[in-house]
Design a protein around this ligand. Structure first.
Ligand code: HGY
Ligand code: MN
Ligand code: MN
Length: 441
């Protein structure tokens, strides 16, 4: 037992129990007594229950949990008065008509897939906000010069198959048939995962929307960084989204006896990889862009064997594609130098690339108008180093994004947190942005 006396300890524990978490409060509150913000957060809590991992939130593309998330989102869409369908890429979609049927649509969207050990709001908050806004637009009865669609994309993160933005690229009509051969950690191909989800790979093209079918794309998303919190703002206007590239890098040396092999005879794959990993951070810090090695595996992985092979991931982003590619070229030069000096082979395979995207000026204006309507007279404009489905959708229509403050900028972590009042403000701002968009047409 720590230095606490039992009574003190139990007293503290009793006190902690007396202060239930916001989530526990929401879970006990009756819907009719919840504030709007708490209702939105409650829905994120419900989605967070749908995880393949009992101890943390993990929900990947075309999984059972993805199917359950689609069912839950579909119910909310129906409650909001939408016609709903699951598209040919497994995205859950909903639609209300404008002042006459069949009009081009404004899409409000985000994603329902997660990274392993995710927070509850990355993607999910944007889907919940979009549905809430449609419910408001429909009950307002205001005739709109466009339809409004909500899409819950099934794969923004790329967690399962490595390539990211699969759901939104299908909708944007930029699906790449080379992806069918991608395999997950269990060796299941994307094509087989489609079939397992009840989808026909041969019909994925039916998910694609034509430019003429769309008016614009708007996405609300947590900032996944600290700038709104630092500026004491709830919401922000996104100016642009970083260009990104992802790689798997193979390092091949030679497994040898850990005792009998002198250093001068070693081709140690892990030491070579480690030199490059440290250099990657220095190159990114010294230049433009940001780079991360998120995963590294070592073979044969025995305590008494010099590592013969290493595989590690690389995620590179920058405000411009040129800066992104310049950083990649510097990293490649470093792997060549380390590989030569240590007689170790480096080979890289690109698994994802997305061009930097600028949000359309007219959509920045409507998002700005929406944030002003929600009470912030001088909205902050900020760049997104995080990637989003808007990057894919930019190839088929103009895109705009609304950022929502998250505590300490934490994301891709269970401690990801959003304030209920910020969520409510975001719903007001997104609704006002859609109405401002209607006024512009
Ligand atoms: O990695 C990203 O920036 C996004 O969260 N998928
Ligand atoms: Mn994410
Ligand atoms: Mn996201």
């Amino acid at each position: 037992m720590s230095g606490e006396t039992p009574s003190e300890g139990s007293g503290r524990r009793r006190e902690e129990r007396a202060q239930p978490s916001a989530e526990r409060v929401r879970s006990r509150a009756r819907p009719e007594t919840m504030s709007m913000g708490e209702k939105l957060m409650r829905r994120c809590d419900e989605l967070a229950e749908l995880s393949s991992d009992p101890d943390r939130l993990t929900r990947v593309y075309l999984s059972l949990e993805h199917a359950r998330a689609n069912e839950l989102v579909s119910r909310w869409m129906v409650d909001a008065g939408m016609r709903t369908w699951c598209d040919a890429a497994g995205n859950q979609c909903g639609r209300i008509e404008g002042d006459r049927p069949g009009l081009p649509a404004v899409i409000l969207a985000s994603h329902v897939d997660t990274v392993p050990g995710a927070g509850k709001y990355d993607g999910m908050l944007g889907v919940v906000l979009a549905i809430e806004v449609v419910a408001r637009l429909r009950t307002s009865g205001r005739p709109l010069p466009f339809a409004v669609e909500v899409v819950a994309f099934g794969d923004e993160e790329g967690t399962r198959f490595g390539a990211a933005l699969l759901g939104s690229r299908a909708v944007a009509g930029t699906w790449d048939d080379e992806w069918w051969a991608l395999r997950d950690a269990d060796g299941i191909s994307l094509a087989d995962a489609f079939a397992g989800f009840g989808l026909d790979p041969g019909r994925v093209g039916e998910a694609a929307r034509l430019p003429g079918e769309l008016v614009a794309y708007l996405e609300a998303h947590i900032e996944q960084g600290p700038r709104l919190e630092t500026a004491d703002r709830a919401l922000g206007v996104v100016s642009a989204i970083a260009g990104a590239r992802r790689f798997v890098i193979d390092v091949v040396g030679e497994a040898r006896h850990a005792g009998g092999t002198p250093y001068e005879r070693r081709r140690d794959a892990l030491v070579a990889a480690s030199e490059v990993v440290v250099a990657i951070e220095r190159l990114a810090r010294d230049g433009a862009g940001i780079a991360t090695v998120g995963h590294l595996s070592v073979e044969p992985g025995a305590v008494n064997v010099v590592p013969g092979r290493v595989e590690f991931s690389l995620d590179i982003r920058a405000e411009s594609d040129d800066e992104r590619d310049t950083l990649w070229a510097a990293i490649q030069a470093t792997t060549a130098e380390v590989g030569h000096r240590r007689d170790v082979g480096f080979t890289s395979t690109q698994t994802h690339a997305a061009e930097a995207v600028r949000c359309a000026d007219w959509l920045r204006d409507v998002v700005t108008a929406g944030i002003r309507e929600a009470g912030d007279a001088d909205p902050l404009v900020l760049f997104s180093p995080a990637g989003h489905d808007a990057m894919a959708m930019a190839s088929v229509t103009d895109v705009g994004m609304l950022f929502v403050r998250c505590r300490d900028g934490i994301s891709h972590h269970p401690d990801e947190e959003v304030r209920a009042d910020d969520a409510a403000a975001a719903a007001d701002a997104l609704e006002a942005a859609v109405l401002a968009l209607a006024d512009q047409l």
